[in-house]
Design a protein around this ligand. Sequence first.
Ligand SMILES: Cc1cc2nc3c(=O)[nH]c(=O)nc-3n(C[C@H](O)[C@H](O)[C@H](O)COP(=O)(O)OP(=O)(O)OC[C@H]3O[C@@H](n4cnc5c(N)ncnc54)[C@H](O)[C@@H]3O)c2cc1C
Ligand SMILES: Cc1cc2nc3c(=O)[nH]c(=O)nc-3n(C[C@H](O)[C@H](O)[C@H](O)COP(=O)(O)O)c2cc1C
Length: 536
Amino acid sequence: MSTPRFNRALFGNLTVIAVLVAVAVLLLRLHLGEGWWLASPLPWQWWSAAGVGAVYAFACFVLWWRVRPRKEPASDTGQPPLLIVWASQTGFARQLAERSAQSLRAAGHATRLRALDQVDAALLGSSHQALFIASTTGEGDPPDHALAFLRRVMPQASALPELQYAVLALGDRSYEHYCAFGHQLDAWLRAHGAQPLFDLVEVDNADPDALRHWQQLLGQLGGTASNVPDWSAPEYQPWQLQSRRLLNPGSVGGPVFHLALQPAEGALPSWQAGDIAEIGPRQSAAAVQAWMQAHGFDPGTRLPDGRLLGELLAASQLPEHAADIDIAALAAQLRPLPHREYSIASMPGEGNLQLMLRRQLRPDGQPGLASGWLCDYTQPGDRIDLRLRSNRNFHPPAADVPLILIGNGTGIAGLRAHLRARIDAGARRNWLLFGERNLAHDFHFGDELQQWQRDGWIEHLDAVFSRDGGAFHYVQDALAAHAQRLREWIDQGATLLVCGSLQGMAPAVDAVIIDALGSDAHEALRITSRYRRDVY
Ligand SMILES: Cc1cc2nc3c(=O)[nH]c(=O)nc-3n(C[C@H](O)[C@H](O)[C@H](O)COP(=O)(O)OP(=O)(O)OC[C@H]3O[C@@H](n4cnc5c(N)ncnc54)[C@H](O)[C@@H]3O)c2cc1C
Ligand SMILES: Cc1cc2nc3c(=O)[nH]c(=O)nc-3n(C[C@H](O)[C@H](O)[C@H](O)COP(=O)(O)O)c2cc1C
């Protein structure tokens, strides 16, 4: 799934070296004229000096213009604006910070953008949410301008319990200390009591997949941001919906569907447990039809290149205003729909790609963009734009490592793929903790999981249903009750996988792990990748 990627850092360094050599050659020419030492410079040398001076002054102006203090929009909610902080050596982190700010502003969020050296303890203390976009340079070092923060702010800042944060760590896997500064910031924020909004996202050499993932997470930050188009659209492949089945009829929760998909042509590609399907959603046919009617377009209208306007609209955000605009201009202004990510619930050996989706509702009662389309509008046989994303962070450990799998709701999707892969690998030391609302309606894959337990593939199966009045309310309560077993499994080298709700479940499970094992052991599990999370 990985393709060779363009190395920005190398390109940047080579460009700087080439420019310096060119300048050196030009300056050398100044020494070649006659009378350099005895007379005043020749007129052309005066003109060259003036030209260089002007270029220098212009460059200074451009640099100042880029960092000039800008008026920051106020927040409608009375909350302080979302703080976006960058730490960058060669400019990429800064560029991404600006794009993140732009995306969030386009979605109506007030933001303030700062270089890390412009951040002090007071600013952190007065912010409620902060995004840190930080690169690593040297041999695992922070960018130069970040040193002021490391020396002045880090040793002195007090606790930050009110701050919710996320870190986008830029790096290059070929270096020994991969994304080290991003991790250092993350650990420091955590140690000061700040609450992670989601897990740190590592970006290996500008990896577009990781950047799209970051964008999806930005979208989750505040609802409306979820419609901002992707910075770089995934290169989808055509797949086909094979079947769709409602998994929880009668549930008090939102409907959950099981979907099976096949590539439209060719063989099933391979993927690993933990990988993600990126889906390119579409507008429903009814929404496209209604929009075209409202804006006076005939359903058969074609674009100058022969495509049907309706097809382009289906993959685009439907603009509110399209009066008095010719069709070519309309096509040029349409913005593509953003992608959505779903945990893959099956393994390639099962013959298809399975997903598990909960239909989301927007505040106006309309179904969510992608979940509505996949759960309500698509029919078996329909084309689905899909791309696989390798999710290295959530890949399985070796088969001889005991595995603790914890999840709630649709989080069981990613965990099921892991269990399937463990069975294929002959790995029996599996402990699953799963939480939902009612046993009667919401025990997704329940029969299969119980069968796997009977067959000895799941050593312990703790299914917890919050509305049934059983011994435990939530999955974290079951984990806390089995703290002794948790310690034993961890002592035996177990890895922990957590998949499901970012709100509620993930932080509560985290707290139980800290309680049962202590903060140092918890930190060690994270650093050694024995505690992996895929939460959303
Ligand atoms: C790594 C990862 C794995 C995932 N795996 C799964 C999975 O296996 N199964 C699954 O069901 N989901 C999964 N998700 C979540 C999924 O990607 C989508 O976020 C989810 O389906 C909702 O997308 P949507 O387009 O249907 O809804 P959207 O249209 O994006 O709406 C989602 C929510 O945003 C809010 N919102 C949207 N628009 C507005 C607005 N105008 N104003 C205010 N609020 C608004 C609403 O609260 C709404 O419920 C995963 C996410 C990630 C990041
Ligand atoms: C001289 C140099 C040293 C680097 N050292 C590391 C490193 O130790 N660890 C790492 O993960 N990435 C390292 N990188 C990769 C950068 O973090 C990566 O290219 C990043 O995208 C640069 O972002 P920036 O432009 O915001 O500084 C290094 C890059 C350069 C040019």
